[in-house]
Design a protein around this ligand. Structure first.
Ligand code: ATP
Ligand code: MG
Length: 354
């Protein structure tokens, strides 16, 4: 029986509120299924920690985290700490050092979620290249303040980085019985970097003859996400395009309360990190009314990554059962339930299923 060590980083704002519900659900799963062995350790690295210590996490934080099998992350963000500190001193070092070069975002219409697309069979994943692309530090500004001022921001598309993202997308498709991979591009206008992206994705696709590669320009693809979201199975995109498509996909299936994500190191050399797409939501923090579903779903992604896709599937079913019954709803769903009541309802549903 493999034991999995989980580092829990609740973070700021509603982070600790929703993370404690996710841990509550996982603890229950452990009881219901003795073959699941999880050990949790919680770290208080957050904006509060920064205000006390002048840094987001201790100097040996990455060495410490390296020993874990996965990281369950809440959210970071506090108006007393600049965004570039929270992002560049905590989230980025973890993503970079642990080679989490894939950001995986399921876009799935859960039963019982209020959305314009309610009842449609929308169920796909976005594979976002998470380490290079448009979000590079390369570039600069000249002649600040003058009329002649220019800014240059470079996009870094590499053969190796693109191939790894494309390979992950096709492997995912193969493993999950999907028939197509859709690539987001813009090689008609971004003629250097996106042409390399297209070439590499096409070359990788040749190794998977049973899976169809569709390639669309990002502008058209954005429209298709709204016009026919039930057509997609696996979408692979560069960092910027994937970022935009992920938020669009999230809106289609009901918004931030239903958007989990995984920052993956596919090789398993380092821990992967699982977190909801939403932030620390300072406007509702401390009230105990945040919707914990995105966080609990992120924990399900973590179990899938740790080899327990069976339990992840039951977790999703339990969430859907609570949504369909509709008795326990947090305010974002039009109800008046607390975060903890929602977590308990999902736990009860799980208990009935296992
Ligand atoms: P960040 O900079 O950390 O991403 P943000 O300003 O983008 O923060 P979020 O924290 O993601 O914002 O929140 C955006 C809005 O969605 C807020 O009004 C927030 O209250 C709401 N929200 C986010 N997550 C949840 C949740 N789990 N349950 C209910 N409402 C949420
Ligand atoms: Mg945000």
């Amino acid at each position: 029986m493999a034991s999995h060590r989980i580092a829990v980083l609740p973070g700021d704002g509603i982070g600790p509120e929703v993370v404690s519900e996710a841990v509550k659900v996982l603890e229950l799963l452990k009881k219901l299924d003795p073959s699941l062995d999880l050990e949790f350790e919680t770290f208080d690295w957050s904006s509060e920690y920064y205000l006390q210590h002048g840094k987001m996490m201790p100097d040996n934080a990455l060495e410490t985290l390296k020993k874990y099998d996965a990281i369950l992350f809440g959210a970071i963000g506090d108006k007393r700490v600049p965004d570039d500190v929270t992002v560049w001193e905590l989230i980025m070092p973890i993503r970079k050092q642990f080679r989490q070069y894939i950001n995986l975002r399921p876009v799935k219409m859960l039963k019982g979620v209020p959305s314009r697309f309610e009842g449609e069979d929308i169920d796909f994943v976005i594979v976002r290249e998470n380490a290079e692309g448009e979000y590079s530090n390369s570039g600069g500004r000249l002649y600040p303040g003058l009329e002649e001022e220019v800014a240059v921001q470079n996009t870094i598309i590499t053969r190796i980085g693109t191939a790894k993202a494309a390979k992950f997308a096709f492997e995912y498709a193969q493993k999950h019985g999907k028939k197509s991979v859709t690539s987001a591009t813009k090689s008609n206008a971004i003629i250097h970097s996106m042409k390399l992206w297209d070439d590499v994705v096409r070359t990788v696709a040749e190794q998977y003859p049973s899976i169809k590669l569709d390639s669309y320009y990002i502008d058209a693809l954005a429209a298709y996400f709204v016009e026919r979201p039930d057509d997609f199975e696996v979408v692979v995109a560069s960092n910027l395009f994937g970022d935009i498509l992920s938020d669009l996909g999230s809106a289609v299936v009901g918004g931030l309360g239903f958007s989990p994500s995984a920052n993956l190191n596919p090789e398993g050399d380092f821990p992967s990190m699982f977190e909801p797409v939403h932030g620390s939501a300072p406007d509702i923090a401390g009230k105990g009314i945040a919707n914990p579903i995105a966080q609990i779903w992120s924990a399900a992604l973590m179990l899938e990554h740790l080899g327990r896709a069976d339990l992840a599937a039951v977790m999703i079913e339990a969430i859907e059962q609570v949504l369909v019954e509709g008795e326990v709803r947090t305010p974002d769903l039009g109800g008046s339930a607390t975060t903890s009541e929602m977590g308990s309802a999902i736990s009860e549903a799980l208990q009935q299923k296992l």
